[in-house]
Design a protein around this ligand. Sequence first.
Ligand code: AHM
Ligand code: MG
Length: 335
Amino acid sequence: MPKKNKTLGEFIIENQSSFQYSSGELSKLINAIRLAAKVVNHEVNKAGLVDILGAAGDTNIQGEDQQKLDVMANDKFIQTLKNREIVCGIASEEEDDFISINSSDDRNQNKYVVLIDPLDGSSNIDVNVSVGTIFSIYRRITPVGSPVEMKDFLQKGSEQVAAGYVVYGTSTMLVYSTGAGVNGFTLNPALGTFYLSHPNMEFPEDGKIYSVNEGNYVHFLQGVKDYIKYCQKEEGDRPYTSRYIGSLVSDFHRNMIKGGIYMYPKSSIAENGKLRLLYECNPMAYLAEQANGVATDGFRRILDIEPTELHQRVPFFCGSKNMVNKLHEFMAKNA
Ligand code: AHM
Ligand code: MG
């Protein structure tokens, strides 16, 4: 059990030898994400003070309005990763295509690709509610030294070597895993230092919170409707509590600490739900499994899904083991 009061920098150095592909490169990568997270945190915190709110005017590939902070966060993460010359490719929810990175000597020897949702839940910024950054890291499968290809990004989630998120909340936290459990670090804004505050985070096996946009209820599959009714029924330890921030990172974070289930089902108006497999579901599923939780599309393990395109969407159910398993019972009955 890692001891507390340790900085993220110390933790990274102490733990890099336990990483299965250790070479220090992954540590440098996490360090770059830590730096970009601090810069984005600074910008997000002053969002209410300066005139940078509102849509930037562009729309992303999914046809959604981009807000200025999305653009800023996207640029900061991409720039930081590019400047440090530690990845060979980046794919971002805010970019139509992946970005291939050349190092200064033009022979990129880096092994890792990063997929990122730079600012998730961005519709919450205008109303001062938590948002987050989500990242996912893979080893490339094409040869080192050559340009990255689409297949380097379209890997199954089970191939991830690390994943994490930053939650810009009442305090800012960076939570990540390199395959040996999940650890959370809280930013001390006065010093600009992340401290290990939540070692070995785990979903409680049972929970009492369900998080779903119930406004879409009428459009859900019968299995999901039945499960929601089950959550609301007065029996045993139910009814459960409903909590939905509308910011995946924040809903996930709360559920991991308190026990709960997050759901973004498919519906008659969104045939694959809303969330993106590569930028949102895979990294969160990786963290969930590292934290003793479960993540599926209602039937299949998220990490087993073979991606076919960069911006693919999937239904997403994630959280405490017994809650997700109960949902599966209702889904199977109605399949
Ligand atoms: P975004 O990437 O455009 O911000 O969308 C993802 C977000 C999640 O964080 C959140 O859980 C969900 O969208 C909320 O969607 P809805 O408003 O449809 O409930
Ligand atoms: Mg998102």
